[in-house]
Design a protein around this ligand. Sequence first.
Ligand code: ADP
Length: 463
Amino acid sequence: MKIVMVASEVIPFAKTGGLADVVGALPLALEKHGQDVIIIMPGYKAVHNLKTPVIKNFQEGVSYSTIGKNIRVYFIDNDKYFNRDGLYSEKTGDYTDNLERFSYFCKKALELLKTIKFKPDIVHCHDWQSALVPVYLKTTLAEEPFFKDNRTIFTIHNIGYQGLFAKEELFKTGLDWGVFNSEMLEYYNKINILKGGIVFSDIINTVSDTYSKEIQTKEFGFGMEGILNKRKEDLYGIINGLDYAIWDPSTDNNIAKNFSIKDLSGKNAAKVDLQKLCKLPVKISVPLFGIVSRLAQQKGFDILAEGLDAICKMDLQMVILGTGDQKYHDILEAMVKKYPKVISLHLKFDDTLAHKIYAGSDIFLMPSRYEPCGLGQMISLRYATVPLVFKTGGLADTVNDKNGYVFDKYSKDELIKTIKKTVKDFKAKKSWQELMLRGMKYNFSWSAQSQKYIQLYEKAKAK
Ligand code: ADP
């Protein structure tokens, strides 16, 4: 099949979260299964600053690179829109011209397909930033012979981000008022781009089975539950895979010493290295909790902030890496001042440090209020770092009491209770080691998950 992925971030070119991991890894696995894949993403400043992979000029406004064996990645360039430090936002908030930026991106992505004569069987779009692609295909481009036989798949990586804009901005999309009604893009008198993706795609999926059910409820649907219910026959859940070429403690060159299921000894070296780096007391006997996350309420920082004072009084250490809401930056900074020997805080995006935390921690803390899939818990399992999670979405689908700790009532008290239990269990070395080894055996490879995507593409083609 000829497949084009259209997405706003892709590793190794630009990343703010799990979306980039997915769109960077899934095509590699699809290629291995014999599929013909290309990717289209914006040519951000970060992309053009890369030394490797090499970025080449393709034509005015488009550059390209290659990943995998022969997967072309095309970048839609435009200095006005994409030559900026951020992908979607700056310190003061979202860029105010995001609708213009991503309408431009979607239109140009479709134009490019014609230029390069890549007539896709499947157009696979991800999140609101590429959701206008299926909208254009079923509206302004509906009569175009070139796009006649394709099918669209829309993957929702996080329904909390919808691309909401004032209706006065509709002209920026090039769509006419015919789409501004409650069955299409209108949402409480605003334009909702994600809703457009849901309505106009042939198949919709999200990144775990549990989340695909959760988003059909009021509690998790962020207002999209009604429209998703209407489309439930076409709604699927496929849990993300992990790229084990990147996330493998036996080959990872970011960590102090490699280790594997056969020889765990390097894990202690990774812990000592992390403690030293974080200026925490070097003590193997104290459980070290790691967090690598966006600092947002979604990720559980509300209950964590409430409970942190009590947590810091326990016999443990904590390393936190992340950026996000200023509110949580402030709360965490205050906690570090109070407990400098317990918490080490790193308010930045740092891939190398992330690897060191996954490897050097004993427990990975991920108390997300909701979590479409979550990669941190899967990465930590492979690094013999026991995940502690709230039972929701992809966390519920991947962590259980055989490989980690799960609490099922979202409250600071339950979080504290579970951390307390973990700290106690950590002391029982033999059973803890067994728990670590069981976790390492879980295999969330893209090879299997990509086959589920191929089945989904086949379903779409049969429609
Ligand atoms: P989300 O996409 O909702 O942010 P995921 O768990 O799906 O959450 O994916 C997050 C990805 O981003 C993981 O690969 C995680 O390691 C990485 N990540 C998050 N914050 C940081 C950070 N501050 N520095 C480095 N990597 C980070």
